[in-house]
Design a protein around this ligand. Structure first.
Ligand SMILES: Cc1cc2nc3c(=O)[nH]c(=O)nc-3n(C[C@H](O)[C@H](O)[C@H](O)COP(=O)(O)OP(=O)(O)OC[C@H]3O[C@@H](n4cnc5c(N)ncnc54)[C@H](O)[C@@H]3O)c2cc1C
Length: 379
């Protein structure tokens, strides 16, 4: 198995890197401090095919494979995790529409998302049910030709900026994971409301909300896929999502290495650059090695996801997410250490990398859940 990127993938990486360096990085601190959603940058990113790059070409997307998508994610997060998250999650939930939605759903929403003109969100988690998706309480009850949805969704990325939501709701409440259905819910539907959560530790440019569904009525044709099959449909994308989060972790960790190396080559103590002290050299060597190891796992997971070997993809995606996210937080922590006191304040981005990296251990399944998944496949 080769981890060599193709010429095309390297070209995509170079375009995203240039976009990140020229457009994203200069405004990263401002967006973090002001918790500002990057509307204009999302539009610009769309012109480079960086918004939901996996959307097929026939629906106006770039049709990138999973490995190329991972490279895009990594570079966006290397430039800035918060803005990278806003761009990268713009089409969150579109995988469900792509794979299980009816043709009218694909035609209506995918071109708009790819063009940067619409955002989607994926409403799975609830205040009382995060890791245990099967426990969700949001209900969808059939009423004539419609379904009526009631419930509260928590920690919803894009909640206040999305135009349409993919909502997981119980259609057979006593059937556990066998009673969940996916619904396409326009966010301007009566009874749909979103309240922004803006006291986040990191990725502050990205939108997060609590979503309430209060007697939201949608036609039965808005069922995505099959009734009561939503949980199984969702399982199809966890490997993709986890590989993406692992790529996010690699991106922010690489940014921490870059910043630490740059600072070490500038900062002098005791009459020499701190980069000449073995303690600092070894720290940076360890950081760089961790990032490369994580990147290798991400590429491997992406390749398995692309090849469609579900069980192997699930195992590698969980391993990649676990390893990359845990290492990213450690690498960002060491990045602060290399900066000394300067790493503890917002004058340098080192502290932001640390705050931003932290989310990768939590969403798309916590590190503990990844270990459960890996153990199930090893034991
Ligand atoms: C910034 C952000 C963005 C998010 N975006 C979205 C989104 O767009 N859509 C969406 O639906 N959700 C989203 N989430 C929710 C995210 O997926 C959940 O927070 C995550 O799955 C954990 O669920 P929880 O917060 O309820 O924690 P809990 O499930 O309550 O977990 C608490 C602790 O218990 C541990 N734990 C729980 N169950 C087990 C178990 N079986 N074995 C071992 N340990 C266990 C966990 O690992 C964790 O350490 C987002 C969250 C954040 C913070």
């Amino acid at each position: 198995m080769s981890f060599q990127l193709s010429d095309e993938q390297r070209a995509v990486r170079d375009v995203v890197r240039e976009f990140g360096e020229n457009e994203i990085r200069p405004v990263a601190r401002e967006h973090d401090e002001e918790k500002k959603y990057p509307h204009e940058l999302v539009q610009k990113a769309a012109t480079y095919d960086l918004v939901a790059p996996g959307i097929p070409e026939e629906y106006g997307g770039a049709g990138m494979d999973m490995l190329t998508e991972a490279v895009v994610t990594e570079e966006l997060w290397r430039a800035d995790a918060g803005i990278g998250s806003a761009i990268g999650s713009r089409g969150f939930g579109t995988s469900m529409i792509r794979k299980f939605g009816d043709e009218w759903m694909r035609e209506e929403w995918l071109p708009k998302v790819a063009a940067g003109d619409a955002a989607t969100c994926s409403c799975i988690s609830e205040p009382a049910h995060g890791s245990n998706v099967a426990g969700i309480e949001t209900r969808a009850e059939r009423d004539g030709d419609d379904y009526v949805l009631n419930g509260t969704k928590m920690w919803i990325t894009n909640g206040t900026v999305a135009d349409v939501a993919v909502v997981m709701a119980k259609t057979s409440p006593d059937a556990g994971h066998r009673g969940i259905t996916a619904f396409l819910v326009p966010t301007d539907a009566d009874g749909f409301s979103a309240t922004k959560i803006d006291n986040k530790l990191g990725i502050r440019a990205s939108d997060l909300a609590e979503v309430v569904l209060d007697d939201v009525r949608v036609p039965a044709e808005n069922v995505i896929g099959a009734v009561d099959e939503g949980f199984y449909q969702l399982m199809n994308f966890f490997a993709d999502g986890r590989t993406s989060v692992a790529a996010q972790a690699v991106g922010v960790a690489q940014a921490a290495v870059d910043a630490a190396a740059e600072y070490a080559n500038e900062r002098e103590q005791g009459g020499q650059k701190i980069a000449e002290y073995q303690a600092i050299r070894h720290k940076i060597a360890d950081m760089a090695t961790d990032v490369e190891a994580a990147r290798s796992l991400v590429y491997r997971a992406a390749t398995h996801v692309e090849n469609g070997d579900d069980d192997t993809a699930a195992r590698f995606a969980s391993m990649a997410k676990l390893f990359a996210s845990e290492r990213a937080v450690e690498v960002a922590d060491e990045g602060i250490q290399v900066h000394g006191g300067a790493g503890f304040v917002t004058d340098h981005p080192a502290e932001r990398f640390y705050r931003d990296a932290r989310i990768t251990k939590i969403y798309e399944g916590t590190s503990e859940i990844q270990k459960n998944i890996i153990a199930d496949r090893v034991l």
